[in-house]
Design a protein around this ligand. Structure first.
Ligand code: PEP
Ligand code: MG
Length: 573
């Protein structure tokens, strides 16, 4: 048995066998062959398996993410059916007597080089398609497994160095019972996706990929952050008990599904959910979400070959608003950059992407992209209770400029005869310390704040949220963070505005009593955290927590804060 400690990223216990999700070794040697006809047959066998896999992935993606995302696989299938690519490969096998691997790779590379340098976006996309499908066919020729999370059809736990958000989006919950990675933190996007998929996950174990053998039995404890490889029978029994206990708790929490969130003295606070796609709304409603506090729209832009159209975005926003049926939906405009890349945008490679060209900075420079999104949002606004917020605002000028563009598009749409709601609140995320410090000035101009602690903590503590080496500095309860949060809440209330929090801290059981005491109005979290949070809040008195505010804000360390909160709230955490 080997035990590793990581960061608990998504709660629950999962047990199954290991499935490594890693790039396969596709190296081959060029060899002479004497039976070209056999080699052509081998090529076609590999092409056929690849096609049937792509058909399955396409169907799965269509079901889980919608038509637009599935289109990539239609493009891949077109490549595999294109005689202009396949015929030259066959010709090469026959005329040069080389093996299928070499004929495929060399021919594909020739086309890739040719298309890649063309001044035509469509052809450049074809180069990327050829590159992607060639790897799959080559893997089949070499008889090595090409990992496809969407095709897993037995119960497994995924073990990977890291998962991209699009890997995570492809996971089939029926078979993928959990995942564990070498790198990442609680607020890395794979962890956030795991929570919205309700799959137990432990990230940042440092070396699970090198320790876990293929098909070994593994336990992922997403409650405490433990990973057990080849556990003993006794340990399996203990974890089964823990799993049952977790299920019992879930049933207990579920009783509060249709209840409002009230403190022990009956004061209401709003518990909202963070979502990435319209498909997430089902989980929000099942978990008793009172609204959507953060819709991360960048997932509409990811895992695709081009920018989403205005209509495509409109459909997604309208669907979310309608499903939420007049409950508040806070949509965040595009927050790309940092760990969220868009291949087709050709953004510069930066030494410090989290401090670089991202989010509102990109949107203000590429206002064509921004305007398309705003138009889609404004058109959708009549279908529900829409609020719009801008990410990564550092200066008042940025907020003013973004809001002015929004107003311009509103006027333009109305002039075109389109209906636009006239009660859309416009707010901003507070995730850069500068805007927290200056909250008083911002509060005069915004309708609301939403504190993005995932980034606010990393920028305040200068500790990368993805880097497990410095995760000890990533301290949500550090008094510096709590004082910034307090500044923001006080500033908003002084102007009659409200403050929410959409960073992961909002669903954290130590943070919740503190935030209640600071007067936070809205807590937005992964859908699965809502019911435990509601249960906890029901037992807490807002007035009592508020009486501890000055004591907590004048503390010097995170540990002091944690000890104090535990003592006062009697929590065995
Ligand atoms: C945050 O920074 O807290 C936040 C909610 O945004 P994201 O995690 O998408 O960066
Ligand atoms: Mg952020």
């Amino acid at each position: 048995m080997t035990q590793l400690q990581g960061i608990a990223a998504s709660s629950g216990i999962a047990m199954a066998k290991v499935y490594h999700l890693e790039a396969p070794d596709l190296s081959y040697t060029t060899t002479d062959i004497d039976q070209p006809e056999e080699e052509v047959k081998r090529l076609h066998a590999a092409l056929d398996i690849s096609k049937s896999e792509l058909e399955k992935i396409k169907a799965h993606t269509k079901e889980s993410l919608g038509d637009e995302h599935a289109e990539i696989f239609s493009a891949h299938l077109l490549v595999l059916n294109d005689p202009e690519l396949i015929q030259p490969i066959e010709d090469k096998i026959k005329s040069e007597n080389v093996n299928a691997e070499a004929a495929l790779d060399e021919t594909a590379n020739m086309f890739i080089d040719m298309f890649k340098n063309m001044d035509n976006e469509y052809m450049r996309e074809r180069a990327a398609d050829i590159h992607d499908v060639t790897k799959r066919v080559l893997a089949h020729l070499l008889n090595v497994t090409f990992p496809d999370p969407a095709l897993i059809d037995e119960e497994v736990i995924i073990v990977a160095e890291d998962l991209t958000p699009s890997d995570t989006a492809q996971l089939n919950k029926d078979f993928v019972k959990g995942f564990t990675t070498d790198i990442g933190g609680r607020t890395s996007h794979s962890a956030i996706m795991a929570r919205s998929l309700e799959i137990p996950a432990v990230v940042g174990t440092k070396d699970i990929t090198s320790k876990a053998e293929k098909d070994a039995f593994i336990i992922v404890d997403g409650i405490n952050g433990d990973v057990l490889l080849n556990p003993t029978e006794e340990q399996i029994g203990t974890y089964q008990e823990k799993q049952n206990e977790f299920e019992r708790k879930k049933q207990e929490w579920a009783k509060l599904k249709d209840e409002p969130t009230v403190t022990s003295e009956g004061r209401h606070v709003e518990l909202a959910a963070n979502i990435g796609t319209p498909e997430d709304i089902e989980g929000v409603l099942n978990n008793g979400g009172e609204g959507v506090g953060l819709y991360r729209t960048e997932f509409l832009y990811m895992g695709k070959k081009q920018l989403p159209t205005e209509q495509e975005q409109f459909d997604a926003y309208k669907s979310v608003l309608e499903q939420m049926n007049d409950r508040a939906v806070v949509v965040r405009t595009l927050d790309i950059g940092g760990d969220k890349e868009l291949d087709y945008l050709d953004l510069p490679n930066e030494l410090n992407p989290f401090l670089g060209f991202r989010a509102i900075r990109i949107c203000l420079e590429r206002d064509d992209i921004f305007r398309t999104q705003l138009r889609a949002l404004l058109r959708a606004s009549v279908y529900g209770n829409l609020k719009i917020m801008f990410p990564m605002i550092a200066t008042l000028e940025e907020f003013r400029e973004a809001k002015a563009i929004l107003e311009e598009e509103k006027t333009a749409l109305r002039n075109e005869g389109q209906n636009v709601s006239d009660s859309i609140e416009v707010g901003m995320m507070v995730e850069i310390p500068a805007s927290a410090v200056l909250a008083k000035q911002f509060a005069k101009e915004v309708d609301f704040f939403s504190i993005g602690t995932n980034d606010l903590i990393q920028y305040t503590m200068a500790a990368d949220r993805m880097n497990e080496q410095v995760s000890y500095l990533y301290q949500p309860y550090h008094p510096a963070i709590l004082n910034l949060i307090n500044t923001v809440i006080e500033a908003s209330h002084a102007e009659g505005k409200w403050t929410g929090m959409c960073g992961e801290m909002a669903g954290d059981s130590i943070a919740i009593p503190i935030l209640l005491g600071l007067g936070l109005d809205e807590f937005s979290m992964s859908a699965t955290s809502i019911l435990p949070a509601r249960t906890q809040i029901k037992a807490l008195s807002q007035e009592e927590m508020a009486s501890y505010k000055d004591t907590i804000l004048s503390m010097g360390t995170s540990d002091q804060v944690v000890d104090f909160v535990k003592e006062k709230t009697d929590q065995a955490l």
